[in-house]
Design a protein around this ligand. Structure first.
Ligand SMILES: Nc1ncnc2c1ncn2[C@@H]1O[C@H](COP(=O)(O)OP(=O)(O)OP(=O)(O)O)[C@@H](O)[C@H]1O
Length: 251
């Protein structure tokens, strides 16, 4: 992410945001509601057009990738599948854009535990099942990079355990796994690293160990401290350099 800025009308949703997400790790993307997480993720894959700056994926802009789903798998809106389309047909539609095989569709259905629901219409899916379908789509191209917006929302306890294992194994295979979540205790179990933003600006870019080792605090406690600082800054401590660097924890 290089100096990303995105303005809607008069409001900057994201401003001058720079950070790098590394392969072989699960990186959590945190921030209060409206901080700009979804805007950032959408901007990475060209669904939002940055006002300034932008993102590179392994050195290339998303729009320049010849087979994007082979490089980047995204889950940005779990309910985006057409409601009257069966899950398997949704996967076939996406697969057809890149010539992915029927066997790969079966593989991702198995990976996401959706084999028995494959012939149900997406509109009949619970949120947890929709999340699994979105993850199946993200995995179709066996991509090196995964960008997942709140993939844990709506998953039942078995699903939460499942996704924890899945994300860990994807990172262990050397992939880049970048996910937003408000479920900090869960994230602390799966993520190696976090990027925290507030009001569209970088607050922290640090390992979970760095954040939590201070006074033996939990990720939740560290997050509350970090984001409280951001709110205080915006409330009147103008003049300081608040944008932060691409690494290190702001304090
Ligand atoms: N299409 C849009 N048009 C206008 N404003 C938008 C649009 N999308 C997002 N915003 C605004 O941009 C800001 C950032 O929103 P965004 O959805 O990126 O935040 P977020 O961190 O993902 O929030 P949440 O945790 O609630 O999902 C908010 O102020 C939001 O109202």
């Amino acid at each position: 992410m290089q100096s990303l800025g995105k303005r809607y009308g008069r409001t900057w949703a994201v401003r001058d945001l720079s950070f790098e997400v590394r392969p072989g790790k699960v990186t959590g993307f945190l921030g209060p509601n409206g901080a700009g997480k979804s805007t950032t993720m959408r901007s990475i894959v060209g669904l939002d057009r940055p006002t300034r700056g932008g993102a590179l994926i392994d050195g290339t802009r998303y729009a320049k990738l010849s087979a994007p789903l082979r490089e980047v798998g995204t889950l940005l809106d779990a309910t985006s599948a057409h409601r009257s389309r069966r899950a398997v047909d949704h996967l076939r539609t996406v697969a057809a854009t890149h010539g992915f095989s029927r066997a790969r569709i079966d593989e991702v259905l198995e990976l996401t535990g959706l084999e028995s629901a494959a012939r149900l219409k997406a509109g009949k899916f619970s949120l947890g099942m929709s999340q699994r379908l979105g993850i199946a789509v993200a995995l179709l191209g066996d991509p090196h990079t995964l960008i997942l917006d709140e993939p844990v929302n709506g998953l039942d306890p078995e699903g939460v355990t499942w996704i924890r294992g899945l994300l860990g194994s994807l990172a262990a295979e050397g992939r880049t796994v970048f996910l937003s979540s408000h479920l900090l205790s869960e994230l602390a179990l799966v993520a190696d690293h976090v990027v925290v933003i507030g009001r569209g600006e970088l607050i922290a870019d640090a390992s979970i160990a760095e954040l939590t080792s201070h006074a033996g605090r939990t990720l939740e406690e560290a997050y509350i401290d970090l984001t409280r600082d951001a709110v205080e800054y915006h409330g009147g401590k103008a003049g300081k350099d608040h944008a932060g660097g691409a690494d290190g924890v702001r304090s």
